[in-house]
Design a protein around this ligand. Structure first.
Ligand SMILES: *Cc1c(COP(=O)(O)O)cnc(C)c1O
Length: 387
């Protein structure tokens, strides 16, 4: 017999999962109903409405894929791409690289446009690739491996002018910064439940523009993935309610409550809170002499990636944060492994007490490792932002 399950209570300040809102945890334990129960069908309708309001779109085809953010990536790519289609992917970190792999597996002829990690793309960077008239252009709005915040509006306009469809990764951005699907003209977008939505991992909100739906409905070939074929999923999420797969009922309850929490706070207030806590954390980290990896002026509020100071042990520091202070942060991915820490302030985790606790803990751990620090300076710097 295995022991009873007693997970420790952590403060989740990494790249996701983030701290789960208590109301979301409570919702997960509500009675399970059938996936065609009238109550559940109503819940799905409300869920879709709240997702549209968060994505700022009227797109009828807006729903949650029953899997994590990567399945959202896969769902948007495999539905828009047919074997031999040309796709441009912008790569400046791990998730652009992943999108390239997904697109190639779907049979796309992929052209990558690359920038150094931490930098963002301008229209000029994409112009040469757009001349080849791709069908789809994929870009990551919040590159969680570098902390870079990619502006979308100008690129969306250029992609549209080139006659291509724009596919946006909003896994980390949705719920933390404004995402304007209709106003910017995004054709396909996906997110994940465990970043700024503060819900456990397991659902991937997606939305497709009418133009993208047209492209899906007029394919020459069947979508390569049965599970992620949105033309079939639309029959379940739409008015026909045709069984496709058994929806993860209780996860939908969790996402439902997570969206209620966000809309109750209000989108503007929610984005302002993310911005304020980021400013406070940044002031504290700067006081400790830590530098951000993202290009100046393009630092994400919900994902703060900083260079690890010389002489400081990455694994030791993160283990001590976890064991002594109960705080999880992320290490570097790919090219940034061992060189970068990723500190998340996502959704419910974006709170002043998390910022102040983390800075106090980090200051202690760095000074134990011989970094010369003005005691209390980082917490004071953060507090001055709050005042
Ligand atoms: C986390 C993340 C993903 C992948 O999501 P999973 O839920 O881990 O599958 C994709 N893109 C970005 C930008 C992410 O941060």
């Amino acid at each position: 017999m295995a022991p009873p399950l007693t997970p420790p209570v952590r403060t989740l300040m990494g790249p996701g999962p983030s701290d789960i809102h208590p109301r979301v945890l409570e919702a997960l334990g509500k009675p399970t109903v059938g996936h065609l129960d009238p109550f559940y069908l109503e819940t799905m309708d409300e869920l879709q409405g709240m997702l549209r309001a968060l994505f700022r779109t009227e797109n009828p085809l807006t729903m949650a894929i029953s899997a994590t953010g990567s399945a959202g990536m896969e769902a948007t790519v495999v539905n828009l791409i047919e074997p031999g289609d040309a796709m441009v992917v912008c790569v400046n970190g791990v998730f652009g690289t992943r999108m390239t792999d997904v697109a190639q597996r779907a049979g796309a002829e992929v052209t990558t446009v690359e920038k150094p990690w931490g930098e963002v793309f301008s229209v000029a960077d994409l112009a040469p690739a757009l001349e080849s008239k791709p069908k789809v252009v994929g870009i990551v709005m919040a590159e969680t491996s570098t902390g870079a915040w990619q502006p979308i509006p100008d690129i969306a306009a250029a992609v549209r002018d080139a006659g291509a469809m724009l596919l946006v990764d909003a896994v980390t951005s949705l719920g933390g910064v404004p995402v304007e699907v209709d106003q910017w003209g995004i054709d396909a977008i996906y997110s994940g439940s465990q970043k700024c939505l503060s819900c456990p991992p397991g659902l991937a909100p997606v939305s497709f523009s009418p133009r993208a739906v047209d492209a899906v409905m007029n394919r020459r070939t069947k979508v390569q993935s049965w599970y992620l074929d949105v033309s079939m999923l639309a029959n379940y999420w739409g008015s026909d309610r045709v069984y496709h797969h058994t929806a993860p009922i209780n996860m939908s309850y969790g996402l439902y409550e997570a969206l209620r929490v966000i809309h109750e706070e209000g989108l503007e207030a929610c984005f302002d809170r993310h911005a304020l806590n980021h400013q406070a954390l940044k002031a504290g980290l700067n006081a400790l002499g830590l530098e951000f990896t993202a290009q100046e002026g393009h630092c994400l509020p919900m994902l703060n990636a900083v260079r690890i100071p010389d002489g400081v042990d990455d694994a030791h520091t993160r283990r001590q944060l976890l064991e002594r202070f109960g705080i999880e942060i992320g290490g570097g991915l790919g090219a940034f492994k061992g060189q970068v820490w990723r500190i998340g302030l996502m959704g419910y985790a974006s709170r002043a007490n998390n910022v102040l606790l983390f800075l106090a803990a980090l200051e202690q751990l760095l000074s134990e490792q011989g970094v010369s620090i003005d005691a209390g300076s980082s917490v004071a710097a953060a507090n001055s932002v709050y005042q």
